[in-house]
Structure formats: structure tokens, C-alpha cells
Design a protein around this ligand. Structure first.
Ligand SMILES: *[C@@H]1O[C@H](CO)[C@@H](O)[C@H](O)[C@H]1NC(C)=O
Length: 233
């Protein structure tokens, strides 16, 4: 009796670990393997995630900023990968960032209240990328100068997450490798993988980082584009 309980516990632990460790590729032409966030968003942001702003197409996913939220001045979007318990490995994506001030384009791993590993591009400065580890309620962002404009065409952004380091790459070149900030172990924390695009409107928060969003007066619709999420253990 006891042995069989222990065996089945071992088996389920193994499955959990194995699930988070399988390679995958999502071209983002379909959202079948994602949860499209709808009707919420952090209080400090100027937008609420709304599924009407998330658009799939054969060339990937576009997230726009709109005005159809009941809760906030703007609507924005987020996709969360359905697979849970993401593990160590290499995560990458192609993105075209927004170049509207106050508009953030991002790709990240998140374990609630615990660790986040982020790549964030802001429309305040399209010549840098922010690489961040959020651990123990503290953010540790570092900005990296880039040899291109992040709103001008597809580029590949990735991070390699291991027990003792996180190394970020852009178009296949390592741009930062951090061993100084710990991350919570994936064996006891449920990491999820997500992309989002949101607006910073509060003049008191993150203003030097993202700038303050104002909807473009010229009628253009702010957007961020995403395709090819890849993972390998
Ligand atoms: C990051 O640094 C660690 C520790 O020096 C090293 O073992 C690892 O190979 C580096 N990773 C990359 C991708 O450069």
C-alpha cells in the first residue's frame, strides 16, 4: 500500500517535470495553446487585458491598444501559454516592438510573487532592450544597447535559464549573462510563459523606463507583433 502510494507520487512528479521540459515551437498563428487574458490587468497599469485586442494571423500575433475596456482608459493584451511548470532551458521569440512612448512589448516567464525573467521593449527608447529578473519582490533590470530599432522589423530575443545563471541573447548573440540574482527552482514553483503588450499612463510610475502613454493623435493604432515562441530544455 505505502509503496504504491510512493510510486504513484514519484510517477506524477516525473510527469510534471517532464511536461515542462519538452521542446516546443508555437508560430503564434493560432492561440489554441494559449489563454488569452480578458478583463483584468494590474491596477497600476493604464490598460486592461481584453481579448478583442489580440489578433492572430498567418504571420503571427498582433496585440493592439484600444479603447474598449470598461475598467481602464485603454485595452491591451496578454497571452499565457497553457503548458505549466516551465523548466530550465532556452526560451526565444521574434518580436516587433511598439514605438509609441509608454507602450511596452514583452516576453517573460512568471512565477507568481516569486521570480520573473523578462525581456521588455519600451517605446520610449527603441534602441535598447530591458533584461530583468524579478526575485523576492525586487526587480533587477539592466538595459542593453541594441544595433537596430526594435520597432523596425523582426528580431529574435531569447534567454537561457539555468540553475546558476540567466543569459539573454538578441539575434543569436549573448548580450548579458547574470549569475548574481538567484531564481526560484522550477521544481517547487509553477512558472508560466507569457507575452503581453500594455500601456504606462501613471506619471509617477516607471516614467524614466517606459514614458507616459498617450494615444497617438494621428490615428495610428499602437501595436506589438510576436511570432515563433520556441523552447528547448
Ligand atoms: C553564463 O555564465 C556562466 C558562469 O560563468 C557560464 O557557465 C555559462 O556558460 C554562461 N552562459 C552563456 C550562455 O554565456
Amino acid at each position: 500500500m505505502k509503496t504504491s502510494i510512493i510510486l504513484s507520487l514519484l510517477a506524477s512528479t516525473f510527469l510534471l517535470t517532464a511536461q515542462g521540459r519538452r521542446s516546443f515551437h508555437e508560430d503564434l498563428s493560432s492561440h489554441d495553446n494559449f489563454i488569452v487574458a480578458d478583463g483584468y490587468g494590474p491596477d497600476r497599469w493604464g490598460c486592461s487585458f481584453t481579448n478583442s485586442q489580440v489578433h492572430e494571423s498567418s504571420s503571427g500575433t498582433r496585440i493592439t491598444i484600444g479603447h474598449d475596456s470598461d475598467l481602464k482608459p485603454y485595452s491591451c493584451g496578454e497571452l499565457i501559454y497553457r503548458g505549466e511548470d516551465m523548466g530550465y532551458g532556452v526560451y526565444s521569440i521574434d518580436m516587433i516592438a511598439s514605438n509609441v512612448v509608454g507602450h511596452v512589448t514583452s516576453f517573460f516567464l512568471i512565477a507568481n510573487e516569486d521570480t520573473e525573467i523578462d525581456i521588455e521593449l519600451t517605446g520610449l527608447n527603441n534602441r535598447i532592450g530591458w533584461m530583468n529578473i524579478w526575485h523576492d519582490q525586487k526587480q533587477n533590470p539592466i538595459s542593453i544597447d541594441l544595433p537596430f530599432d526594435t520597432s523596425d522589423g523582426w528580431h529574435t530575443y531569447s534567454f537561457e535559464w539555468r540553475r546558476s545563471y540567466v543569459a539573454w541573447s538578441v539575434d543569436g548573440n549573448v548580450v548579458l549573462n547574470r549569475t548574481d540574482i538567484p531564481t526560484s527552482s522550477p521544481s517547487n514553483t509553477n512558472y508560466r510563459l507569457a507575452i503581453n503588450s500594455w500601456t504606462q499612463v501613471n506619471p509617477e510610475i516607471n516614467i524614466d523606463w517606459a514614458g507616459q502613454f498617450k494615444y497617438p493623435a494621428d490615428g495610428r493604432v499602437p501595436q506589438a507583433q510576436f511570432r515563433n515562441i520556441r523552447y528547448r530544455p
